[in-house]
Design a protein around this ligand. Structure first.
Ligand SMILES: NC(=O)c1ccc[n+]([C@@H]2O[C@H](COP(=O)([O-])OP(=O)(O)OC[C@H]3O[C@@H](n4cnc5c(N)ncnc54)[C@H](OP(=O)(O)O)[C@@H]3O)[C@@H](O)[C@H]2O)c1
Length: 507
């Protein structure tokens, strides 16, 4: 038989995954996220041929727009932010399925108009009743939109059609509010209809953590407490809060980033091999890690929060957080947070995981560094290894996506001196395909009903369980430490690691 067998295995995940007949309703379509990420992602998917021909996009917002005004807004957003080149024929096809529904979230008439718009699209575009509702709205509006979907029977699946809800972050601001939101959501949607966005999980480099660990033989045998000294997970931003004071103040770095992105990265780094690559098996392993997280007793010594003060960033003077427009000058909101946790199981007992995030830090970088213990014995004279650090595997999530392995090597010459060198894998050099945007991947997965890359109820709630005691401790004790903009955070964070005989990486 020829090797080019036309009967290919439908489970072959190398084949393009193309969404079936469907549409997407975006609530909050005039917002920043929709314009910069969601509309461009829809176009990029269409341009790559991954959407069905009759795909429909419905915008819901307060503006007095006609369908044509909405289409023009999408057009402008696509031209400005899409990843792939603009092609008129793709656009002309996409625009056929664009509709706008004007209204506020408490407007019953608007939701009825939304229902008839969906019915009309089913007939005109063949969407088959299959619609995902993307809640790109302020978190305070999640419950009202969900309840309106129920009231107007928009969540009902009939005659084999599907309805799905996509919910942006933050999912609650503590355990109690997350539980309340989960109960509102699950009154209307079954668990397999709910897709909670953590856009980090849509990144290629994050999915590659699983490939690195479980498709290879050389990493997993040393991925444990016998060889690993500690793990550092960093998400550093060089920007301040921009125009998002209203969203950020009172939330802070730990809730905005550690609760979701960093704890998810930690779960993927620490989890056991799943029985399969399906959503249930993955969620089960991540949930075990989050459930095994132990906070140190003394939160004063194992957590640090900071706030950026004025300083210099990229040659420009930056104002401090308290001087930003819209920020209460007495605000105690953290713009930097660092915590130390342990994963209390046989693989990781005693290995600290240090998680840190901050705004206005030295540079924009997200990475996971698995730092190894020193060799138990060295046959070399101590002077030979004085400049040798600890071996490390660094997964560079963004930018400059790739993996670095750091180890010691002999300096050329007649003497014996060993220094750190690194071996690099860079996506850009090894592959010709460019990575899709996280939102492209995630929207496609929603339309396909593939929930692998979406955190589940238990994961969200366990993450808040980890963070709540820290936030409570911070509420009761003092204020955030100040750090000048453009530096790597407060000195207290350096002291936290020094007390353990370690230091932060300076990526
Ligand atoms: N921006 C980002 O980069 C980003 C990143 C991660 C997560 N998120 C999350 O994504 C969601 C959207 O963020 P965003 O930055 O796009 O917010 P945004 O710019 O403030 O947009 C919010 C949207 O909601 C609409 N809206 C608010 N109240 C409404 C009401 N009562 N009735 C009808 N429409 C209403 C706004 O319409 P008007 O134009 O009429 O005000 C606007 O379209 C939030 O949950 C946020 O936490 C955003």
């Amino acid at each position: 038989m020829s090797s080019s067998n036309p009967l290919r295995d439908p489970a072959d995940r190398r084949l393009p995954r193309i969404a079936g007949p469907s549409g997407l309703v975006i609530f909050g379509v005039t917002g920043d996220l929709s314009r910069k990420k969601l509309m461009p992602a829809v176009y990029d998917l269409a341009n790559r041929g991954l959407l069905p021909p009759g795909f429909s996009l419905v915008g819901f917002a307060r503006r007095e727009w006609a369908n044509e005004d909405f289409a023009q807004e999408v057009h402008d957003a696509v031209k400005e932010h899409a990843r792939t080149p603009f092609r008129e024929e793709v656009w002309q096809q996409l625009v056929q399925g664009m509709r706008f529904v004007q209204g506020t979230f408490d407007d019953d008439d608007a939701f009825e108009r939304l229902r008839s718009t969906i019915d009309e699209l089913d007939k005109a575009q063949g969407t088959g009743g299959n619609f995902a509702f993307y809640l790109s709205v302020p978190p305070s509006a999640f419950p009202v939109v969900i309840k309106q979907l129920k009231k107007h029977r928009l969540a009902e699946q009939s005659n084999g059609s599907w309805r799905r809800a996509v919910i942006e972050k933050p999912f609650g601001h503590d355990l109690k509010s997350a539980e309340e939101l989960n109960s509102v959501v699950h009154e209307v949607f079954a668990p397999d209809q709910v897709f909670r966005i953590d856009h980090y999980l849509g990144k290629e480099t994050v999915q590659n953590i699983l490939a690195l660990r479980f498709a290879n033989q050389m990493f997993e045998p040393i991925w444990n407490r016998s060889f690993v000294d500690h793990v550092q997970i960093t998400m550093a931003e060089d920007i301040g809060i921009g125009g998002r004071a209203g969203y950020y103040d009172g939330i802070g770095a730990a809730r905005d980033v550690i609760q979701n992105h960093l704890l998810q990265l930690m779960a993927l780094t620490a989890m056991e091999e799943p029985a399969s690559f399906d959503a249930d098996a993955l969620a089960a392993e991540k949930t075990k890690v989050l459930g095994a997280v132990k906070l140190p007793k003394d939160l004063g010594r194992s957590t640090v929060r900071g706030q950026y003060a004025e300083g210099w960033q990229g040659g420009e003077q930056a104002v401090g957080y308290l001087q930003e427009d819209g920020i209460d000058p007495k605000s105690k909101t953290d713009t930097y947070a660092a915590i130390k946790v342990e994963v209390d199981n046989r693989r990781w007992a005693g290995v600290p995981f240090y998680l840190r995030t901050g705004k206005r830090l030295g540079r924009r970088v997200t990475e996971i560094a698995v730092v190894f213990q020193r060799a138990p014995h060295s046959p070399f004279d101590h002077t030979a290894t004085e400049e040798l650090g600890q071996n490390a595997i660094v997964i560079r999530v963004q930018p400059d996506e790739g993996i670095t392995v750091r180890f010691g090597s002999k300096v050329p010459g007649t003497s014996m001196e060993i220094r750190d060198v690194s071996m690099d894998f860079a996506y850009g050099e090894s592959f010709t395909e460019s990575s899709p945007e996280a939102y492209e991947r995630l929207i496609l997965d929603v339309l396909l009903g593939d929930s692998n890359l979406f955190p589940r109820t238990e994961e969200v709630e366990l993450s808040w369980k980890i963070l709540d005691p820290i936030e409570e401790y911070w509420d009761k004790h003092g204020k955030p430490a100040q750090y000048p903009a453009g530096t790597w955070g407060p000195v207290e964070a350096d002291e936290m690691l020094e007390a353990d005989g370690r230091s932060w990486r300076r990526p």
